[in-house]
Unconditional design. Structure first.
Length: 95
């Protein structure tokens, strides 16, 4: 039986991997939880590497525009050739 820290939600959301000083790498989330994210992005990463990423959340009724969630975490595993699981250790909403 699989035991996770937090419930995962299947959500395909726009994702950007921020690489120090270079152009962000665009991707898409596969699932999201309060403890982390599984995403697709064409980037070379290592287990244990600290990553910064931004998830774009859709607009909600009564509010214009999207919200962006800037996160810091660590790579914890690879699900396949392009799927990466990372923790969510810190976050902030950005404009």
């Amino acid at each position: 039986m699989e035991q996770r820290k937090a419930q995962r939600f299947d959500m395909k959301l726009p994702f950007e991997l921020i690489r120090g000083g270079s152009v962000p790498v665009a991707g898409e989330t596969r699932n999201v939880s309060s403890a982390g994210v599984l995403f697709h992005a064409q980037a070379k990463l290592r287990i244990g590497e600290t990553v910064e990423y931004v998830i774009t959340l859709p607009a909600t009724s009564g509010r214009n525009g999207t919200s962006r969630l800037r996160c810091i975490g660590k790579v914890v595993r690879f699900a396949d050739d392009t799927a990466v699981a990372a923790t969510l250790e810190r976050y902030e909403f950005v404009r």
